[in-house]
Write a protein of this length. Structure first.
Length: 229
């Protein structure tokens, strides 16, 4: 096999460490077919295994952690303001549990994010359902509907006043009829229910996002045991 210098492109003897023409040090690696270490040959297969998920055991662990995380994040829980933390921790824990139960060394960050997504979707539905059920029980069974409506009226009136003040400061032409119609719709039962549903949906969407991040973070932390290349 002939070797040429990378600078002057002149032939270099195999036994020489320097180019005889320009003196450039030569660093050459030559490998005959079949001499590549087996660990390198098996690496693509290891990557494929690490990016795949056996969903049957993964779902069991995800459900076991998503249900309590969803309950802690729902409106009936006194610690619901920390819902995004519960969700991220549950997803990371689901990844770690899956790796240990399956006796894997590691999984890719993408696989961890997918497992976190499933955990977040399950927990999000649990949080959405129990939050809605809690509002229904509070309004109907506990007869606290007047308090809920009074709080909502205060919020709507505050938003209406702030909007009027902002329009006055910006010297924008005010459409009193349109603003009053919007205020009446927000105070209607349909408007109140719509805003509450939209708020719950947005909250659950944030929970899912943090679950995906938690799953990716869990996979990243577990990669400390990744096989060396």
């Amino acid at each position: 096999m002939e070797i040429t210098c990378s600078r002057c492109h002149q032939p270099v003897p195999l036994e020489s460490c320097y180019c005889p023409s320009c003196g450039l040090p030569q660093l050459v690696f030559a490998a005959e077919p079949g001499t590549i270490p087996s660990s390198f040959e098996g690496w693509p297969e290891a990557v494929r295994d690490a990016s795949s998920i056996d969903w049957k055991p993964a779902m069991r662990g995800a459900i076991a952690l998503a249900v309590p995380a969803g309950l802690l994040s729902s409106g009936i829980s006194p610690v619901s303001p920390l819902g995004i933390l519960w969700m991220g921790a549950a997803a990371a824990w689901a990844v770690a549990l899956y790796i240990r139960k399956q006796h894997r060394d590691w999984i890719t960050i993408g696989a961890g994010a997918r497992l976190g997504l499933i955990t977040g979707l399950i927990a999000g539905w649990v949080a959405f359902g129990f939050s809605g059920a809690g509002l229904l029980v509070t309004r109907v069974a506990l007869h606290q509907g007047n308090q809920i409506d009074s709080s909502w009226i205060e919020v709507v009136n505050k938003i209406y006043q702030q909007t009027q003040q902002l329009e006055a400061q910006m010297s924008a032409p005010a459409n009193a009829a349109q603003a009053d119609a919007q205020r009446r719709w927000m105070l209607s039962p349909e408007g109140h229910a719509g805003f509450q549903t939209l708020g719950l949906a947005w909250y659950c969407f944030l929970l899912v996002l943090f679950a995906v991040a938690g799953g990716a973070f869990g996979a990243r932390m577990m990669r400390k045991r990744r096989p060396a290349i």
